[in-house]
Design a protein around this ligand. Sequence first.
Ligand code: PMV
Length: 360
Amino acid sequence: MTEKEFIPTSYTTLKDEGVVAYSSPSNIALVKYWGKRENQIPANPSISFTLASCATITKVHFKKREKKDDNFSFELLFEGEVKDEFKPKINTFLRRIEQYLPFLKDYHFKIDTSNSFPHSSGIASSASGMSALALCFMEMERTFSNAISQEYFNKKVSFLSRLGSGSACRSIEGPLVQWGDCNAFEGSSNLFGIKYPYEVHSVFNNFQDTILLVDKGEKQVSSTVGHELMHGHPFASQRFEQAHNNLEKLRTVFAEGNLNEFISIVESEALTLHAMMMTSSPYFILMKPNTLSIINAIWKFRKESKTHVCFTLDAGANVHLLYPENEREVVLHFIKEVLVPFCQNGQYICDRIGLGAKKL
Ligand code: PMV
């Protein structure tokens, strides 16, 4: 597919007014996307677990404008309060997607959005937030059009979400979504995420993700800047090649349910992501001392308990603990006894692998 196929030719019924609402989840990458080309095209393919509970709930009320001009017209409420500081980001997003949704300037939008996870928990909300908004706009397109298949809907909404935040394109479906051209994955695309198309062993059913909130402060370096620093990075090409290899290896891991191999790929990916940050120019570190304390405690516990808990990190200090459902009790006990003291205000979130966005 090409971008052109996402440009609609005409609409059958443009409505004057209406409301659309979606809940869209966050996701956690197993093979990480880090580095991009123009138009949010990933420098390497990635794969993620879609989460079940951490989500953004967005309701968009749309009303035909009496007079259209060159600007987008919208107001924004976050958790019930006017949030003008989020508007520039949304304006940029609207500008990027306008050619694919040509009705955007015809309407005034009231965007009412909230997160299911605690505000400013340091959890990346751009994936859930951007995908929830893209879903609402795409739902509008669906009501204006004659026949949009669910397959086209999912592809286009993932495509649009990607233009808001790269990783957002992996939040529409679940439980596993792959994004980015990759020889090992039939149907893979740089333009949108696809539902993992191969066999997955039952050991991954209802896989758990407990997110330890290590640092809830503002990140020193944004993901946008971090991605940029992969241009001219001394290890970039080896890193991109490694991501392709890890994706290929994960295919076998998922089919066989090989948790030990899963752990070594996922932890290596997390540390490589942070190694890329530490070897950028300028270099930076997003992990905190407690991130490392948690990692060391996980390694010790895993050895002693013979469980299959592992960690992954996104672009921040928080730690995601991934483990099979049948080890839940013993891992949660370990978290409460050993890891909670390393969390800011003792906070952590219990989540698990989920099935994607929901229309409300
Ligand atoms: O979607 P962005 O631009 O916020 O980048 C996200 C990058 C990571 O979370 C670090 C990795 C990933 O694949 O989600």
